[in-house]
Design a protein around this ligand. Sequence first.
Ligand SMILES: [Zn+2]
Ligand SMILES: [Zn+2]
Length: 116
Amino acid sequence: MFLNRTQLIRLMRIPKKYGQSQITRCPFCAKQAVTKNIQEIPVCIEHKNEKLNELKCACGSWLEMKQGKFGIFFNCIKCGNINFNRVIEMNDIAISAKKKSVPREITVNASELDFL
Ligand SMILES: [Zn+2]
Ligand SMILES: [Zn+2]
């Protein structure tokens, strides 16, 4: 089967994928997400059982979590749909979780050194 001219042009216009930009981070620790929690949010193995609290948009409205074709996204009544990573960034979830878990006695093992 041969493609006609329009079909060929359409094929050529398919945008390239950028490998690095597709990595999803765990919202609790910022490590690479490898699984999903019960809310279908991408998380690392350690935070598989953690639940994400309700999140706020930059405008101050509560966000509604939605399941789309390409994964989780959020919807703000004022701003519309917002990408998952953007919301995590806005809410500083990964960073606040890190601060909370600082131990009194600092014992650093090899895997933690990698992360620092
Ligand atoms: Zn995690
Ligand atoms: Zn908003």
